[in-house]
Design a protein. Structure first.
Length: 274
């Protein structure tokens, strides 16, 4: 009986060890496709090769620069300031154990894949200081553990998805210096309760973006405060001119009447004698 238990324990240990030494097929697919869509002009990712994708992790050790492993799975990718070009592969979503994705300060273009919604363990998403365009996927709200979304200094367009305000763990949110438009969702700009609050610096640098906490509010018709003030001043100036013209016209008529009356006094009409 003791021998059997010893044998079973040995099998479990060996199985766990082999599992830790063998990369997950999903991670291999994720890394392979990401490598194929990114260009590395300075060869910073020279170890990112197919043989290493098959054995990217050995327990907590990674053989790939920028990758961190946890129990044989990729759980963090940090490829910052490497002058990487190209686009983001939707197959990034195959790294299902990923908790942190930081590709900031590169030259990556194209849209943010909506497939990232499948990264259900993702807590940190930093794609700032790139050349990303298109809209922010509202599907990111399905990554319930997200507490950092940093997308500043890109070319993102469209409105900020109000669904992102439903992320209860969100503590850092930065979409400044993009080309976003429309009203800031109240679920992000005017949070209450225990939710983290974001100030104007999170939204600055988007000319067509308005609403609290930005100062450059717009009316329902899309007119900025400066435009409204300008229209008010213009209307006031027109009213002033019209009023001045009216007063001048009234004075002219009054002067004419006085001249007529004065003429009557100087040249009285002689009444006939009776």
């Amino acid at each position: 009986m003791i021998t059997f238990l010893y044998y079973m324990i040995l099998v479990i240990i060996l199985t766990s060890y082999l599992h830790m030494c063998t990369s997950d097929p999903s991670d291999e697919s994720c890394l392979t496709h990401l490598s194929s869509t990114l260009r590395d002009p300075f060869n910073n990712l020279q170890n990112w090769t197919k043989p290493n994708f098959k054995n990217s992790c050995n327990g907590f050790t990674s053989y790939l620069p920028g990758a961190t492993c946890n129990n044989g799975r990729i759980y963090k990718l940090s490829l910052t300031n490497l002058s990487l070009q190209g686009t983001l592969s939707p197959y990034l979503a195959n790294c299902t154990n990923l908790q942190s994705l930081d590709l900031s300060s590169n030259l990556i273009s194209g849209p943010i894949p909506s497939d990232l919604q499948r990264l259900v363990n993702l807590a940190v998403l930093n794609l700032s200081s790139n050349r990303l365009n298109g809209q922010i996927p509202p599907q990111l709200a399905l990554c319930a553990y997200l507490n950092i979304i940093d997308l500043h200094d890109n070319f993102l367009t469209g409105q900020i998805p109000h669904e992102l305000g439903l992320l209860v763990r969100l503590s850092v949110f930065d979409v400044s210096n993009n080309k976003l438009s429309g009203e800031i969702p109240a679920s992000l700009g005017n949070r209450s309760g225990n939710f983290a609050r974001f100030n104007a610096t999170s939204f600055d640098g988007n000319k067509e973006l308005y609403g609290y906490p930005l100062e450059g509010l717009k009316s329902g018709k899309g007119l900025s405060v400066l435009a409204i003030v300008g229209i008010g001043l213009g209307s006031g100036f027109v009213s002033l001119v019209l009023s001045f013209a009216g007063v001048c016209f009234w004075l002219k008529i009054t002067e004419h009447k006085m001249a007529v009356e004065e003429g009557k006094i100087n040249n009285p009409t002689y009444m006939p004698d009776y």
